[in-house]
Design a protein around this ligand. Structure first.
Ligand SMILES: C[S@@+](CC[C@H](N)C(=O)[O-])C[C@H]1O[C@@H](n2cnc3c(N)ncnc32)[C@H](O)[C@@H]1O
Length: 235
């Protein structure tokens, strides 16, 4: 992002790594899995462990958001997806990351099911999407009707361990008039797929060369889509 000039981006759509492997629950942390033995993120991401000390993680995310704010136009916005979770018995609601940024709304992304069986609290079934907006940001016409609770199933047919469902990025992008969309944690490039579908420009940034290859193939409609179709057929 540091290579881009000020005020050139209309919209960020992004889901950073959640730092899930730095956890007070054993399963994710030490890789044994426990009740999460089949969780896709058990090994972290390709080339990125997802286990920073919490203070360092928050500082990093604040730096990323500060850079996004620098790049945003005066009518731009950031849709920043994160997950609240219980650590050492207390809710971690991510205010350490968001304090001071212009959060305008919290959208609840209600997923199907969840993977936590702690007897101390109810099964978490949603993630949050922070709408962080510059003063002149407005939704596209009629987008207001979606409300602030979105029930969208998680994506199952994607080789990336933590992808967005296309329905989610479709909804975000079609709810704005953004011309240039950036995802600085692009993963498998779902934001680019939706940007392309709605005729918008996009820049995808991703640390892992393997996932970059995935994005390229996906956007070219290559092997991955064929694999996906075959998987769907045999399911
Ligand atoms: C939650 S995933 C994003 C998934 C994406 N929304 C999708 O639909 O596939 C977070 C991504 O951030 C990437 N990542 C981690 N550190 C990064 C960094 N410093 N710069 C860019 N990407 C990074 C990880 O490799 C991972 O693919």
């Amino acid at each position: 992002m540091r290579g881009l000039e000020d005020s050139c981006v209309d919209l960020f759509v992004t889901s950073p790594p959640y730092n899930l492997k730095n956890s007070s629950g054993n399963g994710m942390k030490d890789g044994r899995g426990g009740k999460w033995s089949r969780a896709a993120l058990l090994k972290g991401y390709e080339g990125y462990g997802d286990a920073m000390p919490y203070d360092e993680y928050c500082e990093w995310q604040r730096e990323c958001l500060t850079e996004m704010m620098r790049l945003l136009k005066e009518d731009g916005a950031i849709f920043y997806n994160h997950k609240w979770r219980v650590q050492n018995g207390l809710l971690q609601d991510r205010h350490e990351i968001l304090d001071g940024f212009p959060v305008r709304q919290i959208i609840i992304w209600r997923r199907k099911g969840g993977i936590n069986f702690n007897a101390g609290y109810f099964l978490p079934t949603y993630e949050v999407i922070y709408l962080i907006a510059k003063p002149k940001f407005k939704l596209a016409e009629k987008a207001n009707r979606f409300g602030d609770v979105w029930e969208i199933k998680q994506e199952m047919n994607n080789p990336h361990p933590a992808p967005y469902p296309e329905e989610l990025t479709d909804r975000i992008i079609s709810s704005t008039n953004a011309k240039l969309i950036v995802d600085p944690f692009a993963g498998s490039g779902t934001a680019a797929v939706s940007a392309k579908r709605y005729g918008r420009n996009y820049i995808m940034i991703e640390k892992s060369p393997e996932y970059c290859g995935m994005i390229k193939k996906r956007l070219e409609g290559g092997i991955w889509n064929a694999e996906k179709r075959n998987r769907n057929k045999s399911a």
